[in-house]
Each structure stands twice: as C-alpha cells, then as structure tokens.
Design a protein around this ligand. Structure first.
Ligand code: 5GP
Length: 165
C-alpha cells in the first residue's frame, strides 16, 4: 500500500481522475501499482482499487445516475432496479465488505446511514418507509466487492428471504 497527497479543489470527478492519473504517472506509478493503493485528495482519504466497478463509477469512468454525494459517500440508481426506488449508497473509500470494516471506518458507516435518510426524504419515500439491505459474501449474495447499501422503497416490499433450494 502507498500513500500520496495532492491538492485538486473544485474539479469534476472525471477531471480529478485524469489529474490523478497524470500525477501518478509523473511519480513513476503505473496501473499495476494502482491496485489497492491509498490516495488523499484534499485531506479526504480514498483507498481505491481501480479494478472495482464502483470505484470507476465514483471516478466518473463508468456513467451512473447520481443521486447524492458528500465527502464520504456516493449514491446512484441501481442499473437493475428491484423496487420502484432502488439506490445504491457506497463509501468513497474502497472497502470490500462489512467483514473488512475497521474501527476507523465508523464515520463512513454513520454517513452511509445519514445519506440513506437524506435520500429517502429527498425522493419522498421516508414517511411510507423503505428497506436498507447490505449483502456480505457469497451466502449473503454480494456480487460487487465494494460495500454498498441498497435503499429500496416506493412500494410495499415482500419479505421472502430464505435458503436457496
Ligand atoms: P449486490 O448483489 O452485490 O448486493 O448488488 C450489486 C448491485 O449493483 C446490483 O443490484 C446491480 O444491479 C448493481 N450494479 C452492478 N453493476 C452496476 C453498474 O455498472 N451500474 C449500476 N448503476 N449498478 C450496477
């Protein structure tokens, strides 16, 4: 793991990403070094794995329909919604799953819940209610190895979780 610091204020995620690539190239760091490295942008710590589709969505490399963003969290509509409202809330720090959380991540996790509340109010589903779902590992059905909270609502939802037959 390596730690880099540079300043890049008031830029779009895509521009920030190209700055990051140029900065890393000038430091003699190639794409292989990028795996599992830690970057600090304007004092916000971002551990990033450039192979991760959700990291690419945060960087603007893969397009998404953004719903919300702050220093800790990015949220966007799920590409295959399973409810009338289906938003994914992800930490900007690359953390693979709940199993990889550390004590220092408490602020990130807290901000994921606060973002869920804010988005639910913004999208008008807070009063009727919604579900928050975080899958972990194979048995939990997690497909993307970057923690994500599903915010599901906009209709009364079924409760049919059970073992796969
Ligand atoms: P999981 O099954 O890991 O809990 O959820 C992963 C979610 O990510 C799925 O609901 C899937 O539809 C969503 N997803 C996967 N790739 C993309 C993508 O490129 N864009 C968006 N918006 N959602 C994605």
């Amino acid at each position: 793991m390596c730690l880099l610091r540079y300043s890049a204020k008031h830029y779009t995620p895509l521009y920030l990403h190209s700055c990051r690539i140029a900065f890393l190239a000038s430091a003699g760091i190639n794409s292989e070094h990028l795996l599992a490295m830690t970057i600090v942008i304007n004092d916000t710590l971002i551990k990033t794995n450039m192979d991760c589709i959700f990291d690419k969505i945060i960087a603007g490399e893969i397009p998404s329909k953004k719903v919300y963003e702050d220093n800790f969290v990015f949220a966007f509509y799920d590409i295959h919604p399973i409810a009338p409202v289906h938003v994914l809330i992800i930490p900007k720090k690359h953390i693979e799953s709940i199993n990889d959380l550390e004590e220092g991540d408490v602020e990130i996790v807290g901000n994921m819940f606060l973002a869920a509340k804010k988005i639910a109010f913004d999208l008008g589903i807070a009063e009727k209610g919604y579900k928050l779902l975080v899958r972990t590992g194979r048995d939990g059905g997690q497909e993307v190895p970057h923690i994500h909270m599903h915010l599901l609502g906009g209709a009364r939802l079924r409760e049919d979780i059970g073992p796969v037959k």
